[in-house]
Each structure stands twice: as structure tokens, then as C-alpha cells.
Design a protein around this ligand. Structure first.
Ligand code: 5AD
Ligand code: SF4
Length: 467
């Protein structure tokens, strides 16, 4: 038998990159590759990159510096290592990557990674291979299915891409250029993927897409289905107990999504709904296509459908032209909504986007100060939200053995990590937990039904769950 070739893959950025990396692993497994955790041992190293902000984008070049040394070391041992750059930096920079980092052999964009086997063969033959076109075919039909053992190793919570790309063109954002136009996968293909996952132990799904609630895939009836209808269909798949989706745009919150939250207990009451700014002037300059009032209205509709719903969001501080008053309006919005969690970023000009041409830049000092103030406010809301769980009994989906021996960790409906002392048998189960205390961002508790707490032996396996 041929010895398997070794693949090392490292993903940066969003959940979709985590998902894409898994699909690359599945597809290259069909070519005889097995994964290795050590880049130095690999025959093929793939960096699956993120271009969303400059910091993320530059990370890849420092990593490529390290990979070049590993490649030289391998060559001294008489082994050939190939380096591929995939993801959104590959899409945005293309051939330029090879000029800056000549050790790179393959550059492949997010819409063409199903061609990795052919690109690898081309690199072996010609030295280099680059593909950053948006092919007309659907990459999903060419990607290998994950093997049952791979699904089980990835754990009880899985991502599934249902939609890709974005047509919104927010003026700061590279996504419409790197991921391309908005495309939705057909319902039946998603259902097939989900059944396979559920048959192999997956209990929780996160449907992912850059603008997931713009989903409009073809249904089995030949009609276009909205995300809410897709959620109704997936809630019927045996074994699937929890449904989530990310990332949503406030403009695309429709009645079908609201009714999915109202009617389906499996749809988790935790919604990531980025707003970016609390100022109408800045929202207009960002081309967000909604006002602060409309954002509040969307939040209200969710709250009416499900009283226990909580929200997270994304914010950008220091967008060109953001005045003190605009920033104060962002703080006011956060105070009014009250988030369970949120991400905030300093504005980063991205080449090729309209905002990168805007002149009224905010000083670095002002950006730093605003970021700290916003993060303090968000942190205080998040701590209050987490503290409110103490003394209550909440459902937890158990995912894996924790680092502390004897502890099993899972997540609440609101994605809070929750630890209990219990047997590893509870992995994959959703059980009520009485929350006793909070340690930083983690809840500590006890199983409400003690028959499950019997074993205390540390579990040997630890499955890694995505971001
Ligand atoms: N600068 C800073 N943050 C950005 N984001 C997207 N583009 C930029 C940028 N140019 C943030 C937005 C988005 C999240 C994924 O990243 O908040 O919702
Ligand atoms: Fe980027 Fe989201 Fe705006 Fe689309 S909706 S352009 S992905 S920030």
C-alpha cells in the first residue's frame, strides 16, 4: 500500500473558513492525504486565509516566513513540501502572493478549492499553480463527502454552508469581492448533508453564510425557499436538536425567520445581528441600507416572537467621518439593546473598497479610545448576562471532555461554555444543569439529574469544536 501523504491545514478568520478547511481535508483524503498537526511533517501545507482586516491579512505573510523555513528543512531531508494559500487573501491578491512569498506553490480562491487535487498535480508538473476565477460550476458537487469517522471526530456541533457571497456592498467590506455574488445552495442538497451529519452523531447545526438570512435556495417544490422555511425543514431531521445560523443582515429579517423562532424550539434564542454603528449618518456612509430605527424594529420583532431571545453584534469604530456624536450614538444603541456578547473592531481600510478612498479618517488615538470604551460597555453587559444564569437551571449540549480532569464541557442556548463533573457518556446529550458560579466567561454547574454524574474518570478523547 502507498504510504499516505500528510496534510497540515491552518485556518484564519470566520466560521466559513473552518468549514471550508474541513471540506478541503475531506477532498484531499480521497487523494490519499491524512491530516497531521505538525506543519514540519507535512507534504502539503495549506493556509486558509482571511482578508477582512489588514491585521488578519498580514498574519499570513509571517506564517509563510515560518513555512518557508520548514520547506527548506524538508528539502534538506530529501522531502518535498508544497505550500498552498487558500481563502480570501488568495482571492484578493492572487499571483502577488507568489511575488511576495516565492516559497508558495499554489494559490486558490474560496470558490475553486474543489480543484485542489488538480492544482497540486499542476504544481508538481509546472512548479506553480494559481486559480482565482469564480467558476460557473457549483464546487459543492465536486467536494468529497466527509467520512463517518471524520464527522464523529469533529464533534456534536457542526457548520453547514447554506449560502455564500454577498450583494450588499457595505463600503468597508471586502466580502463581495473575495467571496463573490450571493448564491444559495438547493434545499435538498443541504438536507442530504444534514442527514449524513445527524446519522453520525451531530446534534447541533450552525447554518453559515456571509449573509445567511438572504438565503433563497431552490426547494424540492421548485420554488425559492427563505431561511425560515429551511429551518422548519431541518428541524424535522431526526437527531438534530439545535439550530443556529450566522451571519444575518438586519435588512433581511423576514416573517419566515421570525416565525421559525416563534414555532421551533430547536431554533436557538440567540441571534448574531451586526449593526456596525448606532449613527444613521455613519450607517448611510457604510451603505448598510438600514437605519437605527429599522434595526431596533428588527430586534423588537425577534423579541416578540421569543421572550428569552438574546443578541450579539459586530461594531466598527473609527469609520471615516465618525464624530464624537456618532460614536456616542453607538454607545447609546448598545445601552438600549443590551447584548449578551458582541465583537468590536477598529476600522481597517481595505484596498478596492469605496471607504478606503474616504478622506475624513479618524486618528489612531481616537480609534483606540473608542474601542476601549465600547469594549468596556459590551464586557459589562456580557458579564451581567452571564451572572444572571447563576442559580438557574439551563439546558446544556455536552460537547467534549474539558481540560480539567473529570469535567465535561458543553454550551447553553446562548453559547456560554458550561462545565460539570460527569461521565463522558453525556457527550452528545442535552441535559439540564444547575448553574452554581461563573469563572470569567465559563459557567460552572451540576447536572440537575444526578444519575448522569456517576463517572469521574477523565476522558481520553477531546474533539475540537469550531469557533
Ligand atoms: N474594518 C474593520 N472591521 C471590518 N469588518 C468588516 N470589514 C471591516 C473593516 N474593513 C467587521 C464587521 C463585520 C465583521 C465580520 O468584521 O464588523 O461584521
Ligand atoms: Fe460585508 Fe456583511 Fe456588508 Fe456583506 S453585509 S458587504 S458581508 S459587512
Amino acid at each position: 500500500m502507498k504510504t499516505p501523504r500528510k496534510l497540515h491545514i491552518k485556518s484564519y478568520g470566520c466560521q466559513m473558513n473552518v468549514y471550508d478547511a474541513q471540506r478541503m481535508v475531506d477532498t484531499l483524503a480521497r487523494e490519499g492525504f491524512v491530516e497531521t498537526a505538525r506543519a514540519e511533517d507535512a507534504d502539503l501545507v495549506i493556509l486558509n486565509t482571511c482578508h477582512i482586516r489588514e491585521k488578519a491579512s498580514e498574519k499570513v505573510y509571517s506564517e509563510l516566513g515560518r513555512m518557508r523555513l520548514a520547506k527548506e528543512e524538508a528539502a534538506r531531508d530529501g522531502r518535498e513540501m508544497r505550500i498552498a494559500v487558500a481563502g480570501c487573501v488568495a482571492q484578493a491578491e492572487g499571483e502577488e502572493i507568489i511575488h511576495r512569498a516565492p516559497a508558495v506553490d499554489i494559490v486558490v480562491g474560496p470558490q475553486s478549492y474543489h480543484h485542489l487535487p488538480q492544482l497540486l498535480a499542476r504544481a508538481e508538473r509546472d512548479g506553480k499553480a494559481i486559480e482565482t476565477e469564480f467558476p460557473t460550476e457549483d464546487k459543492f458537487t465536486f467536494l468529497a463527502e466527509p467520512k463517518p469517522a471524520a464527522i464523529r471526530a469533529r464533534g456534536v456541533s457542526a457548520f453547514v454552508t447554506v449560502q455564500e457571497g454577498c450583494d450588499k456592498f457595505c463600503t468597508f467590506c471586502v466580502v463581495p469581492y473575495t467571496r463573490g455574488a450571493e448564491v444559495s445552495r438547493p434545499v435538498e442538497k443541504i438536507v442530504d448533508d444534514v442527514k449524513r451529519l445527524a446519522d453520525n452523531g451531530v446534534r447541533e447545526l450552525t447554518l453559515i453564510g456571509q449573509n445567511v438570512n438572504a438565503y433563497h435556495g431552490e426547494g424540492p417544490d421548485g420554488r425559492s425557499w427563505a431561511l425560515g422555511k429551511l429551518l422548519h425543514r431541518l428541524a424535522d431531521v431526526p437527531g438534530i436538536a439545535r439550530l443556529r445560523y450566522s451571519t444575518s443582515h438586519p435588512r433581511d429579517v423576514d416573517d419566515s425567520l421570525i416565525s421559525a423562532h416563534r414555532d421551533l424550539p430547536a431554533v436557538m434564542p440567540f441571534v448574531h445581528l451586526p449593526v456596525q454603528s448606532g449613527s444613521d449618518r455613519i450607517l448611510a456612509a457604510m451603505n448598510r441600507k438600514h437605519t437605527v430605527r429599522e434595526y431596533h424594529d428588527a430586534i423588537e420583532r425577534f423579541r416578540k416572537a421569543r421572550q428569552d431571545i438574546a443578541f450579539s453584534s459586530d461594531f466598527i469604530v473609527g469609520f471615516p467621518g465618525e464624530s464624537k456624536q456618532d460614536f456616542a450614538a453607538t454607545l447609546a444603541l448598545v445601552t438600549q439593546i443590551g447584548y449578551a456578547a458582541a465583537y468590536s473592531f477598529k476600522y481597517s481600510p481595505r484596498p478596492g473598497t469605496p471607504a478606503a478612498e474616504m478622506q475624513e479618517t479618524v486618528s489612531a488615538a481616537d480609534m483606540d479610545e473608542r474601542l476601549v470604551r465600547l469594549q468596556e460597555l459590551i464586557d459589562s453587559q456580557q458579564s451581567a448576562f452571564n451572572r444572571a444564569a447563576i442559580g438557574t437551571t439551563v439546558d446544556v449540549l455536552f460537547e467534549r471532555a474539558a481540560r480539567n480532569p473529570g469535567q465535561i464541557v458543553g454550551r447553553t442556548a446562548y453559547l456560554q461554555p458550561a462545565h460539570v463533573m460527569a461521565s463522558p457518556d453525556i457527550i452528545g446529550e442535552i441535559l439540564p444543569v444547575k448553574i452554581k458560579s461563573l469563572e470569567r466567561y465559563s459557567l460552572l454547574g451540576e447536572l440537575a439529574s444526578p444519575e448522569f454524574s456517576r463517572g469521574t474518570a477523565p476522558a481520553a478523547s477531546s474533539v475540537s469544536i469550531g469557533a
